[in-house]
Write a protein that binds this ligand. Sequence first.
Ligand SMILES: [Zn+2]
Length: 260
Amino acid sequence: MIDTHAHLHFTEAFDDAAEALARANEAGVDTIINVGVTPEDSRTALAFAQKPEYAVQKTGVKLFATAGLHPHEAARGDAALDGIADLAEDVVAIGECGLDYYRNIATKQQQDRALRAQIEIALEYHLPLVFHVRDAWDDFFTVLRDHPKARGVIHSFTGHQSEVERALSHDGKLYFGLNGIMTFTKDEAQLEAARLIPNDRLLLETDCPYLAPVPYRGKRNEPAYVPQIADFLALLRGSPREQLAQETTQSAETLFGLEP
Ligand SMILES: [Zn+2]
């Protein structure tokens, strides 16, 4: 299985990254995509993925990185966006980028500008995007309509049926990244939406160190907990666990252009 959204390179959270990689391998997670949130952090994610001691021959886990400016950081503007573009040739996706009106740390205008700029970088380099969207669906889909070819994953998807439908009607292929939230949400409509996602548009992610699934809720999350999320979703969606693991892996390989 593939953890399509991890921050295993956050050194404050993971002083035991080598052990976390061993536990991931043991749990059947053989690929991890480390997602950057600023240019500096994206560089760290890339350096982490390229560390000789974490090479797949040693850990059994393939590591990749993305480069992005998180909506919370959108006030940093053009210099930071140039820093993201500088990394585009070495990463598998642009993001996480998007709109977050829940915390509103940067203004809506700053977030809009940063999102549009990163979509353009992704299109120029033929890369998919990792989207973070919170309380901002209408504006998000407006931006997407201006970029019909943009494709990617809506990470940590917590939308309802109408968001699933709107995402599926977008021209560029959009995937839905589901994580530990599903295992503890009380929002029935979120769970219903998670059932409606087509088999070939579903991705697994942890968003570690955040959002640990049940039974680890409240603890530090890590890639080795992907199976808990897969088990929960297989039950929720009524599909065999093996099939779900296989299909989500295939979808991640397709979206991020990874070798099977
Ligand atoms: Zn994240």
